[in-house]
Structure formats: C-alpha cells, structure tokens
Unconditional design. Structure first.
Length: 419
C-alpha cells in the first residue's frame, strides 16, 4: 500500500514524498480513511507509531478546500516540545499547500503568538494553559473551528490539564470533528471521550505495548553504582543517540554533568531550564552535537529524534505507562532500539507490572568485568569514585543478582567503539 491510495491532494502527497515516507504505518492505514470521511476517531497508539501524520494528512486535505485566514483546526498537546514537533510536521507535509499554522504555548512571548494569529492561520497547535489565556483575552477566535485534535490525552490528564481542556471545549463549536489520541485509556479519559466525541471510530495499535522494534533488558545494580555502571555500559555499547531518564530534575542535571566530565557529549533537560536552554539542549541532541540527553519524564515528553538507538532508565519510572512512553522514544517508525533499565531491589514490583504489559519476561543482564560488589561511598547516592566504605554484609549479599543471564548480548555490546 502506498500513500497515493488515500487520494490525497497532490500538493500534500508532495510533502509526504519530501519527508521520504513510502509506506503508511498501521495507524496511518487505519486512521486516514475514516478521518477523511469526517468521522470522530479515537487512536489508541503510543508515539513512534506515526500517529502525527495519521491526523495531519487528513487534516490538511480537509483544509485545502474552504476559507483561509481563520482558525479551522486546533491540535492540543501536553508539552511545548510536542507542539513544536506537530507544527514542524504540519509545515513539512503542508509545505506546498499554502496552509499556515501557529504554535501557542507558555514560557515564550504571547505577543509574537498574537501577531501570528492576527496575520491569519488555519491551524493552531497549542498547549492548554496558554491557549486558555488567549481565549480569555480574546486574542484567538475559535468560532470557525472544524477539527479538534487532542494528542497524548493520557499525558495531558497526568499533567493535570483536564480542567483546562474542559474549559477550552466551551469555546469551540459543538458541531466539529474530534480526534483523540492516547497510549492508554484511564477512566478519566474514557469519560472525556463520552463527553466530547460523537460515535467515534476506534483504532487500536498495540495499546500499552512498547514499540515492537525495541529489545528490553534489565540491569540489576546497587543505587550507588548506577553511574559507574552507566559509564561502563556506554564504553562497551555501540550507540547512536542515547536518551537517559532519571527520577528527578536534580538527578538529571547532576548525571548530565558527570557524563560531561567523563568526556561524553551530554546535556540534560529538566523543567528548571528556561525555554531557550531547553530548546538549545533539544536542538543539540537532534543535530548530534550532544550524543546523550539526560531527562526527566515530563521534560522528555514529545522528544522525537530518529537516531535514538538506546533509552536507558537510570531510574525506574513510577508507572508502567511511563515506561511505555519512555521506551516509545526509541525504535521509532522503521528503526530498532534497545531499552536498558537499571533496577534496584525496590523496583521488583514495577518490573512485574512492566513484564505483565509486555507479556513476557525481560532479560536480566550483568556486565562482565564490572565490580558489582563495590561498597557504597559515605554520602550521596548518585556520585562515583567517592572514598570506599564497606557495606554491611547482609546488604552486600542482597545486592547480588541471582537470576537471569550473566552474559552480554552480542548485538548490544560490541567491542568498545572509538570515540
Ligand atoms: P510519530 O509517532 O508521529 O511521532 O512518528 C514517529 C516517527 O516516524 C517520526 O520520526 C516520523 O517522521 C516517522 N514516520 C511517520 N510516518 C512514517 C512513515 N509512513 N514512514 C516512515 N517514517 C514515518
């Protein structure tokens, strides 16, 4: 099957070709036809499946006909990064259509956004908070809206945006097409679906199951040895771009600095950064000047870097859903990737939940030659190469890994690459 079978406008097809997409992904195959018919739709799919083009293409097709200069489509996304990515996808696929889009999110000047909106755009890609500001100040007019897209609805719920979304819904015409994408379907999203979608078509692409192209592995390790193990793993693993997740902003910042000191081209992305610095870290990661990006879950949302070969969970995520989202960052579309997760004893329950979702046991690995018994330093849990202090013997034995394989997978651990 090719994109031409959707009968899209030739100017839109030209955009698809320019992006180098040849074959529609499963979600595109299932989503584009009903959306072109004007039906409401729920897309149960994680990022990395090609869901952006699944809604952008039929949206562009619809807007080719009809008036220009008024906002006719609104895409709501949880983060500025995701909003930017969707906007870029619209710009790439719609480059020959003359359709215009604008992004609306907080942390940057509202005036520039107002100027762009006044100049006339057909598509707005927005985060909920700033969009509400514009609505309240009448600097955006949504009365001619035809299509509403809610992207990563479960994330928006996690981030507490549901009340804002309900307020926004009061300002858009009741007669419209609504599309909702979500990797999972928690009860609150299910309720929202009943309220805002009309007789929706449901398209399901392996909900909750991380990208099929990803190989998963667990690395049992003591908390205080995580950084050392990470450095060793990076030394022994052939990687392209690497995205590392930590539990807190502080740990992301600190680990980023430690990796830099160890000679890696690394940056960290956490909520404390200004928009400019976030963008610089992201751009650097995208263009390869940083090979490693350390991030927290919230900061990493929406990152789409096609060369990510490894996602490393330095800290276990808080929920199995968060694992799915993190892992969705690698193995995107036609690529494959590895997902390594460092686990401490307390993480076993979460490991069980993730294995249930995956429907299989995840391989436990140990890194040959790594000293897993090295005692913890006197203070600090993230640090490395601090003076050694012996651990109580019961703790040492608890840290030994008894289960799983003790060898490295060949494809994942090639001889140390030259850096
Ligand atoms: P998404 O799930 O929309 O974030 O897309 C994931 C990645 O797949 C992005 O890098 C897209 O550019 C890429 N992609 C989307 N659709 C296709 C396709 N039909 N063929 C190849 N790559 C695609």
């Amino acid at each position: 099957m090719s994109f031409s079978s959707f009968n899209l406008h030739r100017r839109i097809l030209a955009g698809v070709q320019a992006l180098g997409y040849n074959t529609p992904t499963p979600i595109q195959r299932k989503t584009i036809p009903p959306v072109l018919q004007g039906l409401d739709l729920i897309g149960l799919a994680q990022t990395g499946t090609g869901k952006t083009a699944a809604f952008v293409l039929p949206l562009l097709e619809r807007l080719m006909k009809g008036p220009r200069g008024t906002v006719r489509a609104l895409v709501i996304a949880p983060t500025r990064e995701l909003a930017e990515q969707i906007d870029q996808a619209i710009a790439s696929m719609g480059r020959q259509t003359g359709l215009r889009s604008a992004t609306v999110y907080g942390g940057v000047s509202a005036n520039l956004q107002i100027q762009k909106l006044r100049a006339g755009v057909e598509i707005v890609v927005a985060c909920p908070g700033r969009l509400l500001d514009h609505i309240n100040q009448s600097t955006i007019n949504l009365s001619h809206l035809e299509v509403l897209v809610l992207d990563e609805a479960d994330r928006m719920f996690d981030m507490g945006f549901l009340p804002d979304i309900r307020k926004i819904l009061k300002h858009v015409p009741a007669k419209r097409q609504t599309l909702l994408f979500s990797a999972t379907m928690p009860d609150d999203i299910r309720r929202l679906v009943h309220e805002v979608l009309h007789d929706p078509v449901i398209v399901q692409i392996d909900p909750g199951v991380p990208a099929y192209a990803v190989a998963h592995a667990l690395y049992p390790v003591a908390q205080h040895l995580k950084t050392e193990l990470l450095l060793e793993l990076l030394r022994h693993t052939d990687t392209e771009s690497v995205l590392i997740f930590t539990r807190t902003k502080h740990r992301a910042k600190r680990l980023g600095q430690q990796l830099e000191r160890a000679g890696h081209r690394a940056a960290s992305l956490q909520g404390n950064l200004s928009q400019n610095r976030r963008q610089a870290a992201l751009d650097g990661f995208r263009n390869g000047s940083y090979q490693i990006l350390v991030a927290t879950d919230i900061a990493a949302r929406g990152i789409d870097v096609s060369s990510i070969s490894h996602v490393i969970n330095y800290d276990m995520p808080a929920t199995a859903d968060a694992y799915t989202h993190r892992i969705g960052r690698t193995g995107r579309a036609a690529k494959t990737g590895d997902a390594f997760t460092f686990i401490v004893r307390e993480d076993e329950d979460m490991v069980n939940s993730i294995e249930r979702i995956l429907g299989e046991k995840i391989e436990r690995r140990t890194l040959h030659g790594f000293d897993y018994k090295k005692a913890a330093p006197k203070s600090g849990s993230v640090g490395v190469r601090k003076p050694l202090q012996r651990e109580p013997s019961h703790r040492r034995s608890a840290l030994r890994h008894s289960s799983g394989s003790t060898t490295q997978k060949n494809q994942a651990h090639k001889p140390a690459p030259s850096r």
